[in-house]
Write a protein that binds this ligand. Structure first.
Ligand code: ATP
Ligand code: MG
Length: 673
């Protein structure tokens, strides 16, 4: 049979070098050697990370970089003391960045011409003063204790990072819940953290409407009360000025709490042990019940600092924009802590990429002269549905590095992103990582001064200091070009310390699969290495298809579909079949202006046959939808599509963005089954 991987193989060999990097390219062998030298043994791993740890501020230096005496509970920079807030404010001011813009915030445009009406620029000194004032308020007015967890349900407004820094300053912890979650999802997270205080806003602008966040918090608090958990205070930041329900004995305006806090009040920064924890954050819930990842202080800081330098090549004059919501790890690490501890200017925005129209991001890149851009494949595929002039009419020539994260990027989407946003002369890559890993773990490393060649759709190489492997079910390493499960076989500083209140689940979920082999961190992703040693994540291990004896990652089939010019997005799941093993069911979203039709189905089947061969194509079922079911962070929830195809219960849907997409999938499936 034709190897369904032939199409991918072409991509493996497709090396691209951006013209302005042509004299700065690693020979793969040289990078491989460089990488290998950093992971030879424990000492070389420690040496690599200590080099970076030495560049950041510590109240007290560590005694030992890595304590691995109690795996899988690894401890980094043991004995060291630092503080995330100190790194992001005090230390920046000490380095002369007092008046440098730290955060540029743009509100949702409300005028017809799409110009923003509200822009706030905060300097490092502003961050320092305001986070000190918040720290004072938390301590003196609310009696927040070191080690206490506060839950945040705040939208993308500058008060969110200010609160994060205020919390870190006094050694407390945050649990930030994405402000698009339902009351039920919020309540579960408030109770899990045992939070006395919930911080929210009255409302937020999204796509021209005001969403009433406070009403959702009230519902969540009610659920908590029914379950016997008391929320003592709800602190409300004024954003949209909308009417909100109010409970005098419980609710308090942030502005009122802050009114009599002195402008120059200073709160001494807690000297946090490197191995204290800094926050908890729940995973996106793509595969089921979200997990509460608990992160450290010192190891997390070193990981972020290192990856900001290596992967984003961050420099003092960069304007850095990660489009994620701070409610996700990407926002925690690469809107707030990473850029700020590097003294960068970081952007944040309120609203959506397609409001007032799809040009919003391109216009913002031009408006602020963004140099480094970080977004998600789901957004790229959405933008691709519309004509390129929407973007190319803006001057995006300031961009020098553009990356993506969150899902595999289809080679076609990569090409579009590289060409339309990157004018075919930027470093463009898909950085693979997880909530649990704290920071990025793969890339092309512009920060080393030379890059490994780009390839459309790859995740690049594991970062120095980290060893990754692809194993089969028995735990044997598979050869390059063969598919298996991605594991991380060395500890790294950004890794989660444990799952909050659930160390056994931590061990089971991440170290259970290859227990008999040793301490291998199991990622839950299906992947392969190519001959050059690049990592290709091919989808979730749970979502693998078995077609006529071949195991295929969802990304392989979906990428083949997206390479058709009329297809914007596709999601593929396997439906069990007594004869074939599994039949691929493919849900397709067409580009703007293309209509679904039986001819289109035939056309797409032909295309699938031409790219992946007859084995995959002959039984594949193709159906059309307008939207795919996604998590609220924009990832395709294939397990719901599989449940639809197999007529099973949907299971946990608390992280689902919209029920409508599932209903649509049901109808689309009815039509073809
Ligand atoms: P849950 O674990 O609750 O099911 P989740 O895995 O979606 O949710 P995240 O931590 O936000 O939660 O996502 C990490 C996952 O996202 C990875 O395991 C991987 O499947 C996918 N991912 C992230 N970045 C990339 C990338 N660059 N390429 C391919 N896949 C990626
Ligand atoms: Mg996950």
């Amino acid at each position: 049979m034709a190897d369904p991987m032939e199409a991918m193989k072409k991509e493996f060999e497709n090396r691209i070098i951006p013209p302005s990097w042509k004299d700065r390219v690693w020979e793969i062998e040289d990078y491989r050697k460089f990488h290998e030298d950093t992971i030879k043994d424990k000492e070389s791993i420690e040496k690599w990370w200590e080099k970076w740890a030495n560049e950041i501020f510590w109240f007290r230096k560590w005694d030992r970089a890595l304590d691995d005496s109690n795996p899988p509970f690894y401890r980094w920079f043991v004995g060291g003391e630092t503080n995330l807030a100190y790194l992001c404010t005090d230390w920046q001011i000490e380095q002369g960045r007092k008046n440098k813009v730290a955060i540029i915030w743009e509100g949702e445009p409300v005028k017809e011409n799409g110009e923003p009406v509200e822009v706030r620029k905060l300097t490092y000194y502003d961050l320092y003063r305001e986070s000190n004032r918040i720290a004072a308020m938390l301590k003196d007015k609310l009696g927040v204790k070191k080690d206490e967890i506060l839950t945040f349900y705040l939208p993308m407004i500058p008060e969110l990072p200010l609160f994060m820094l205020g919390v870190q300053r006094i050694g407390a912890k945050h649990s930030i819940v994405f402000s698009g979650f339902s009351a039920q999802a919020l309540a579960v997270r408030i109770m899990d953290a045992g939070a006395r205080y919930v911080v929210t806003a009255d409302g937020v602008y999204r796509r021209g409407k005001v969403l009433n966040l406070k009403a959702i918090v009230d519902d969540a608090v009610k659920i908590c009360e029914q379950e016997g958990h008391k929320v003592e205070k709800v602190i409300v930041v004024k954003r949209a000025g909308n009417e909100i329900p109010w409970n005098d004995s419980r609710d308090v305006w942030f502005e009122d709490l802050m009114a009599d806090i002195g402008k120059n009040v200073k709160v001494e920064c807690e000297k946090m042990g490197s191995e204290d924890f800094s926050f908890i954050l729940y995973t996106s819930g793509t595969t089921g019940r979200p997990k509460g990842a608990q992160h450290s202080v010192g190891g997390y800081a070193v990981h972020l600092y290192t990856t900001m330098k290596l992967i984003f090549d961050i420099k003092d004059d960069d304007i850095f924009w990660c489009t994620a919501d701070i409610g996700w790890i990407t926002g925690h690490s690469y809107i707030v802590y990473g850029p700020l501890m590097c003294g960068a200017t970081t952007m944040m925005y309120e609203g959506a990429p397609d409001f007032p129209d799809v040009s919003r991001w391109a216009a913002m890149i031009e408006r602020y002269g963004v140099t480094i851009f970080y977004t998600a494949p789901t957004a790229i595929r959405m933008l691709m549905r519309f004509p390129e002039e929407n973007y190319t009419k803006y001057d995006m020539s300031t961009l020098r590095i553009i990356h993506s994260v969150g899902e595999p990027i289809n080679p076609e989407a990569w090409r579009w992103y590289y060409r339309v946003f990157g004018r075919e002369d930027v470093v463009c890559s898909s950085t693979w990582w997880m909530t649990e890993t704290g920071g990025m773990l793969t890339d092309h490393f512009p920060g080393l001064g030379k890059i490994i060649p780009l390839k459309p759709g790859t995740n690049g190489y594991p970062i120095p200091g980290v060893r990754m492997e692809v194993l089969d079910d028995e735990g044997n390493s598979v050869k390059p070009g063969e598919r298996g499960y991605l594991v991380i076989s060395t500890p790294w500083p950004g890794m989660l310390m444990t799952l909050f209140k659930d160390p056994n689940r931590f061990i089971d979920v991440y170290f259970g699969k290859y227990k008999s082999k040793g301490w291998y961190y199991y990622t839950g992703d299906f992947a392969m290495f190519d001959e050059d040693g690049y990592v290709w994540v091919l989808g979730r291990a749970d979502d693998i298809l078995k077609v006529a004896g071949h195991r295929i990652g969802t990304a392989e089939i979906e990428s083949a579909m997206v390479s058709h010019p009329d297809v914007a997005e596709a999601a593929c799941v396997g439906k069990s079949d007594p004869v074939k093993g599994e039949i691929p069911i493919i849900y397709v979203v067409l580009r703007e202006g293309v209509e679904p039709s039986p001819d289109m189905v035939n056309e797409l089947k032909k295309h699938l046959r031409a790219t992946l061969g007859p084995v995959v194509a002959s039984d594949a079922v193709i159906t059309f939808v307008n939207t795919l079911p996604k998590t609220r962070s924009g990832k395709i929830m294939r397990r719901l599509l599989r449940a639809v195809a197999e007529g099973k219960e949907l299971g946990d849907v608390t992280t689902l963005e919209s029920e409508v997409a599932v209903e649509e999938a049901k109808k689309a499936y009815e039509m073809v089954k």
